[in-house]
Design a protein around this ligand. Structure first.
Ligand code: MN
Length: 326
């Protein structure tokens, strides 16, 4: 997905929360972002936001739907560029056709990880298929560490099995959770998984204490209790943040309905990044250069074939220098 804000934020990052946050869940609310167009889809964005830009290398989280495609028009994101990041698509309902400048054309389906690497530069389009009546999912970005951020284009697809756990099940699509390990390599220590919790049940998950984690709630509200701490309630579309040092978490579903969350985590990224539009960079000057390359149509990004329409133009740069976040 593209960040289609006409005036993309430049967000100055704040330092991580103080030590006393270790045994509590910090609730990060979502903000609505219209994706543009006459019948715009609206997404609910929890990362980045003022106060927290990254959870591990996860640097962008949009949650959308369930949307009635007959009313919203579904997803139709024209070819647009990325640098310095990976995009992870995870659907709950519907189907999207992905096309990229690496020549990959493929469907994005519920329960399947589609991980696109746009290190040095890539462009892609995303269009919900004509058969899709309901669209519901998340779009996540992973910042690439400095050593990997100029890497070649790549695309990985993985269908994780559902691992039964007491009270629910876990699909681990990146890293290791609930004893299941994804075979998809990552460029920094990461975890990503979908967790289902049966009505009135609790699921306990061991966590890596050197990771920070986010619990992105798709169906809730969910009681989130870090080991040794107190529970907090995370509403649908919000993100519960668990600081480094949390060794386990208990997720509690409502009494009358199942809960569904994504658990996202990683070691604190530790590098300052500059994010603007669809680019992750390290400086304002790099952003200016990436934008110029896209506008000039250089081979940094290549071209998408088969998309019925024009590619997205870059928005105007902000007047001020784009400041780093961490
Ligand atoms: Mn995109």
């Amino acid at each position: 997905m593209s960040n289609l804000e006409t005036r993309p934020d430049e967000v100055a990052l704040c330092p991580p929360a103080a030590e006393d946050a270790e045994r509590r869940v910090e609730v990060l609310g979502a903000r609505d972002v219209p994706l543009g167009g006459p019948r715009a889809m609206t997404v609910r964005r929890t990362l980045p936001q003022r106060g927290r830009s990254l959870i591990g290398a996860w640097c962008f989280a949009d949650h959308y739907g369930p949307d009635d495609v007959a009313a919203t028009g579904g997803m139709d994101v024209a070819p647009h560029p990325h640098t310095g990041l990976q995009t992870a698509s995870w659907l709950f309902e519907g189907e999207i056709e992905h096309r990229d400048s690496n020549g990959v054309v493929g469907p994005v389906r519920p329960g399947e990880l589609n991980l696109m690497t746009g290190g040095h530069g890539i462009c892609h389009s995303e269009v919900s298929t004509p058969e899709t009546a309901t669209l519901h999912g998340v779009q996540l970005w992973i910042a690439l560490p400095d050593a990997a951020r100029d890497t070649a284009r790549d695309f990985a697809h993985y269908v994780p099995p559902a691992t039964p756990v007491p009270g629910g099940s876990v699909r681990t699509f990146l890293g290791t959770l609930a004893g299941a390990t994804s075979p998809v390599p990552t460029h920094s220590p990461l975890v990503g998984a979908e967790v289902l919790v049966e009505p009135a049940a609790r699921v306990r998950l061991d966590l890596r204490p050197d990771f920070e984690h986010g619990v992105l709630v798709d169906a809730g509200p969910v009681g989130v209790r870090p080991e040794g701490g107190s529970a907090g309630t995370v509403e649908r579309a919000a993100l519960g943040y668990l600081a480094v040092g949390t060794s386990a978490v208990e997720l509690a579903a409502p009494t009358d309905a199942p809960a569904r969350v994504l658990v996202l985590g990683g070691t604190p990224f530790g590098e300052e990044i500059v994010m603007w539009w669809n680019f992750v960079a390290r400086s304002h000057e790099e952003i200016v250069a990436f934008r110029a390359d896209w506008e000039a149509g250089t081979d940094r990004f290549g071209a998408v074939t088969g998309y019925p329409g024009d590619r997205l133009p870059a928005p105007a740069l902000p007047h001020a220098r784009i400041r780093p976040r961490r």
